[in-house]
Design a binder for this molecule. Structure first.
Ligand code: PLP
Length: 395
């Protein structure tokens, strides 16, 4: 018999059986009318989940990284200047991609575990009277550190500086699991992938473009081919695709976005918040601390957990996989060797989270850390019982 535990990596996430089945379809002729309802439902579902009623959605066969490339190559020209904070692995990679595209990057270095520094963004935008900065890049949720940054605040900072820069936001590990307001925050390009909050296998880059970003795309000179939004739009309007679409994944996306909207986005976010609170209660009961430097930075989709100095956290990840058949996230980049990560997004219940916490504490105890078995689980249980009561009262 093939037995399988849920995964606790911060993406790809666990796939609900109905979504897996929706992806597994017989071949559909994408040039036939059968493709139209699939594409339309996927686009409409993404618009709903991203709260992008005023945005135009483009879905490419790719991953989050392809979404970044879509955002950059469609809105900017070689030599343009962008402003970005480096506060984790993914903001770092996005900055590197900009440089490869020949963009000038004003890089704000931030200690990993911190959010994006709004006052510094404000200063630099105020100083930029000539409007040299064409785009501000922000990673909403740094998956390497479990840190969420304040995108509404960043919008305010750009507005207060009366600056015209585009706001490009990586929502790869936030969209569909934490509040994300494309329209209200006036994001210009938002980027995500199929394999996190959308609970699908990897394979789709999902982007939303504002009117302003679409206008910028008309003047942008960076080379774009596969990720050309003009080609995508020209074919999408006739319910087609510029090349062979991933029909099964789009069908899965139509269903997964429907499921998120049917659960109610606020309920989805409340579920993630409750599960994350339980994980953090467990971390505290273990006598450990999150990598995120302050409580307002805590991510509800992933927690990076600092281990005692001198202990290699990769051992927990390896031991969990080998001994218990469970996947946790390794530390990445500047915090590799300092943290391991528990992903808690997507299709997850309180009970599933408890199983992850139980295995995490078994691993730490097995490896000689001073962890009392049951301590973290009990802390989370106390909260989940309480949290459920609160949710019932609120309903
Ligand atoms: N941005 C963030 C915040 C991520 O967490 C990831 C992947 O984990 C990426 C971008 C890159 O996405 P992908 O691996 O789908 O290309």
């Amino acid at each position: 018999m093939s037995l399988q535990n849920p995964v606790f990596i911060p993406g790809p996430t666990n796939i609900p059986e109905v979504i897996r089945k929706a992806c597994d379809m017989p071949t559909v002729d994408h040039l036939s009318p059968a493709f139209a309802p699939i594409l339309k439902a996927a686009l409409a579902g993404c618009r709903g989940v991203m709260k992008a009623e005023r945005g135009e959605i483009f879905i490419f066969p790719s991953t989050g990284t392809g979404g970044w490339e879509t955002a950059i190559s469609n809105t900017l020209s070689a030599g343009d200047t962008v402003l970005a904070a480096r506060n984790g692995m993914f903001s770092d990679r996005w900055i590197k991609m900009c440089r490869r595209f020949g963009l000038e990057v004003i890089q704000i270095d931030v200690t990993w575990g911190e959010g994006i520094p709004l006052p510094r963004f404000a200063e630099l935008l105020h100083e930029d009277k000539a409007g040299r900065i064409k785009a501000v890049l922000a990673t909403h949720n740094e998956t390497a550190t479990g840190v969420v940054s304040d995108i509404a605040g960043l919008r305010r900072v750009v507005d207060e500086a009366s600056h015209d820069a585009l706001l490009l936001v990586d929502g790869v590990s936030s969209i569909g699991s934490m509040p994300f307001e494309f329209d209200d925050w006036r994001v210009d390009v938002a980027v995500t992938g199929s394999q996190k909050g959308f609970m699908l296998p990897p394979g789709l880059a999902i982007t939303a473009f504002s009117e302003k970003a679409l206008a910028a795309s008309r003047d942008a000179k960076l080379p774009r081919n596969f990720f050309n939004i003009d080609d995508m739009r020209a074919t999408n309007v006739a319910n087609g695709y510029p090349y062979t679409p991933l029909v099964g994944l789009l069908n899965g996306l139509a269903l997964s976005s429907r499921m998120l909207l049917d659960e109610g986005l606020d309920n989805v976010f409340a579920r993630h918040a409750r599960i994350a609170n339980g994980v953090r209660a467990a971390v505290a009961a273990w006598g450990l601390a999150p990598c995120a430097a302050a409580s307002e930075l805590y991510s509800n989709s992933v927690t990076a957990i600092r281990v005692p100095h001198g202990f290699d956290p990769a051992r927990i990840v390896t031991h969990a996989a080998e001994r218990y058949g469970m996947a946790f996230g390794a530390g990445l980049g500047d915090v590799a060797g300092q943290v391991f990560r528990i992903g808690h997004l997507g299709m997850l219940t309180d009970a599933m989270a408890l199983s992850g916490l139980a295995v995490a504490e078994m691993c730490m105890a097995d490896l000689g850390l001073d962890i009392r078995l049951g301590a973290g689980v009990a802390a989370a249980q106390a909260l989940y019982r309480h949290g459920c009561e609160q949710m019932k009262a609120a309903a």
